[in-house]
Design a protein around this ligand. Structure first.
Ligand code: HEM
Length: 431
């Protein structure tokens, strides 16, 4: 049955997915992709027009052209020297995050962006020591050969949605953009803040894509064993498996893509975004713990439950976490955020090696911009020497203040008033 689903999904995919995965199969030639007129690329999100020229730099069109467009840097030495795409620019990452938020607001594509990030990272094999053979979050999913893997059916639409952002910010790698888009989608859907880091390096060619078959199947003969085989291979554990499955609180399954789900339900027939598919939850654009409540109860025929979802309440160890998450949303959010961050780092090669933390960096900058407000009183914009700062600090601290926080009232004015008052009293007494 699964083989049947897979082959029908593949047949459909190879005939039409590259352009119009959610519409009836019609022949499309590569030339059609290059057509200068504007084309519409439907996704699980709402339809959105993307001008074809944006795709000129997409590896879907020409891998060799896209290679030339990337920033390149040689690393390593001797025989093993390899060329990699340089890592991302923090300022561009922050701007791109705002653009992704806007894309989410206008197209409701949260679910497919989460799936994009997961499918790029989820090919990781901890038993393969060599990068990028180990797979993982390295941007390889942008290449047609990997997009054509059966498990990735429909994800070409996600790539087309964010390609204009990639084009606008050439200083960001695909690997980072996929993970940035996914984490932003979770957060914008009401989910937890994910402790992400950036600086992932991209693979440069389709020959560096992982082999097909590393992502999980939704209907294997023994779902618990299968999930463990796949996720343990990534270095993840039972808690991660259950928490990450909770991402199905978002989105829908479409029979014409994965072979799973109904063509439409009362919750999906009107969108938002492109209508159709079957969702796991009623509010499938809201990130909360309803997935666990719904798959526990399995009362609503319009809601999807895959064999790999059901097993979360059957396997004793999975069940412990699934029950907890159904009862306690905070516990789910905490574990989800940790597991998502872990997933997003699988197989990633960072430059700098410790990665770039966008939020920590902006907090540090804000914190550094404000301290030593004492300097404003005496020197305006001039930078003080360290010795002078120490002197000022000692003076403030000697009367219980701090140079890092503005005084509630003007200290020097108060002193002057006090002195004037004392002088006045003294003159009264003397007279
Ligand atoms: C545990 C094993 C998993 C299996 C077997 C599985 C399977 C599936 C299937 C069959 C679909 C439907 C795809 C379609 O027809 O368009 C889907 C969609 C989705 N998956 Fe998973 N998945 C798994 C884990 C995950 C994980 C770990 C995440 C994220 C952390 C995730 C996020 C999503 C999202 C957000 C969608 C909805 C996509 C959309 O609406 O376009 N899945 N998954």
């Amino acid at each position: 049955m699964m083989a049947e689903r897979l082959s029908s999904s593949l047949a459909h995919y190879s005939s039409c997915c590259l352009l119009r995965a959610s519409e009836p199969a019609t022949p499309h030639s590569p030339a059609a992709l290059l057509s200068p007129r504007r084309r519409r690329f439907p996704s699980s999100c709402s339809l959105r027009s993307i001008p074809a020229p944006h795709l000129a730099s997409s590896p879907l069109i020409s891998p060799s052209l896209s290679h030339r467009l990337f920033q390149r840097r040689a690393i390593g030495s001797g025989r093993g020297m390899s060329v990699v795409c340089a890592a991302s620019d923090p300022a561009q990452l922050r701007s791109a995050r705002e653009d992704i938020k806007e894309l989410l607001r206008t197209t409701f594509c949260h679910p497919i962006l989460v799936r994009l990030g997961w499918h790029d990272a989820g090919t990781y094999d901890k038993n393969i020591g060599e990068w990028p053979k180990c797979g993982g979050a390295n941007g390889s999913l942008r290449f047609e050969i990997e997009l054509k893997h059966a498990a990735n059916a429909g994800l070409v639409n996600a790539l087309k949605l964010i390609q204009p952002i990639k084009d606008k910010y050439p200083g960001i790698t695909y690997a980072d953009l996929f993970q940035l888009a996914s984490a932003t989608a979770i957060e914008e859907a009401g989910g937890p803040q994910i402790p992400m880091k950036y600086g992932r390096i991209d693979v440069v060619g389709p020959e560096q894509c992982p082999d097909e078959g590393r992502l999980p199947d939704a209907g294997p003969p023994s779902p618990a064993d299968h999930l463990r085989n796949v996720f343990y291979r990534m270095g993840l554990d039972d808690k991660d498996i259950v928490a990450l499955s909770g991402a199905h609180t978002l989105g829908r399954s479409r029979p014409e893509r994965s072979g799973w789900g109904k063509p439409e339900t009362k919750y999906t027939k009107d969108g938002p975004g492109a209508p159709g598919g079957q969702s796991w939850t009623v509010q499938w654009l809201k990130f909360d713990n309803s997935y666990f409540k719904d798959i526990k109860e399995q009362k609503d025929e319009d809601l999807l439950v895959l064999p790999t979802d059901t097993v979360l309440f059957e396997d004793p160890n999975f069940k412990e976490y699934a029950t907890k998450y159904a009862e306690d949303q905070d516990a789910f959010f905490k574990d989800y955020a940790e597991a998502h961050a872990k997933l997003s780092n699988l197989g990633a090669k960072f430059d700098p090696p410790e990665g770039i933390s966008l939020d920590a960096e902006s907090k540090t900058t804000a914190a550094e911009a404000e301290p030593f407000v004492a300097a404003k009183y005496s020197y305006g914009k001039r930078e003080l020497s360290d010795t002078m700062k120490q002197k000022i600090r000692a003076e403030y601290e000697s009367f219980g203040g701090s140079p890092d926080t503005p005084l509630k009232s003007n200290y020097f004015l108060n002193i002057m008033i006090l002195i004037a008052g004392l002088a006045f009293i003294t003159s009264l007494v003397m007279n």
